[in-house]
Write a protein that binds this ligand. Sequence first.
Ligand SMILES: [Zn+2]
Ligand SMILES: [Zn+2]
Length: 375
Amino acid sequence: MNSTATPIKITKPVPVFKETKQENGIGKKMKALVYHGAGKKLWEEKPKPVVQNDTDAIVKIIKTTICGTDLHILKGDLPAVTEGRILGHEGVGIVEETGSAVTDFKKGDHVIISCVTSCGKCVYCKRGMYSHCVNGGWILGHLIDGTQAEYVRIPYADNSLYHIPDRSDEEALVMLSDILPTGFECGVLNGKVQPGNTVAIVGSGPIGLAALLTAQFYSPAEIIMIDPDDNRLETAKQFGATQTINNSKKNAIERVKELTDGIGVDTAIEAVGIPATFGLCQSLVAPGGVIANIGVHGKSVELHLETLWSQNIAITTRLVDTVTTSMLLKTVQSKKLDPKLLITHRFKLSDIIKAYDVFQHAAKEKALKVILTND
Ligand SMILES: [Zn+2]
Ligand SMILES: [Zn+2]
């Protein structure tokens, strides 16, 4: 995935989220990264959020990060994001205040903020499809104010926050807000990665690398990373890729066929979100295989049913549900997974404009994830 690829996208009509009480809060101020229309963002003063509903928590941000999705928003690609919105949907923090109905969290608790807010009660939440929660889903930094701020209001805190165990590396846990569950759920689980199978991951950005890290839970025989950036492929090798292909220099289809006895891969994971990369996955998948899409697509893609109709393949799509966050947290705690590998740059939260500049030029800066610390 390149730096503009992005893991989450809203696909349903969105409810309106009123934030009227924020204006009559206790009058305290904070600093936040605010969207002011396409191409415009400012680090500026905003009212400190207050509890609006009894299921809310106010969280003081300790560390946050920037996502490819935020770059999409800044391009003006997501019109649901209105002027004045605080961006960001990832981070760890300390609970500052809770509404009267919050029972599992209290002031002082260290928490992971999930990029997906879920009520736990609606028809989709009951099915584990938190991303389609009728009262939430991806709303942070999208339909309500987000985490690139000194404080954030988290609705349905009991279901949308995760306790951080004592003595954890909190910086690494920022990767559990979005990219690790996204790579794992949308790529690895949907892609049905199995022991001994062959996997190709198209796109070696943070999300492709998150899929690469978590695919290894299942011991596939081959994980082939495909990307036009040699630096990212080098990183992929260090993260456990068995083969890498620079598709700006080599024919990726021919090379994958060579590596797989001419049949292609059992799982082709799309981690970019453009027609060419989805097209490539259609050429790489073996009979009986799965194309697991992660990328956010802004344009329609060609579906080659004239060749695929008889190939017993499946194509999957998914918005991350974050139902694996607790499991992934255990794998990080037991050192089966080291998400810290994904962090390349660190800034103070107040230097977020500089951090955006680096993240926007990810290839030149050799950037994967940037960590912003509020101190
Ligand atoms: Zn994200
Ligand atoms: Zn729900």
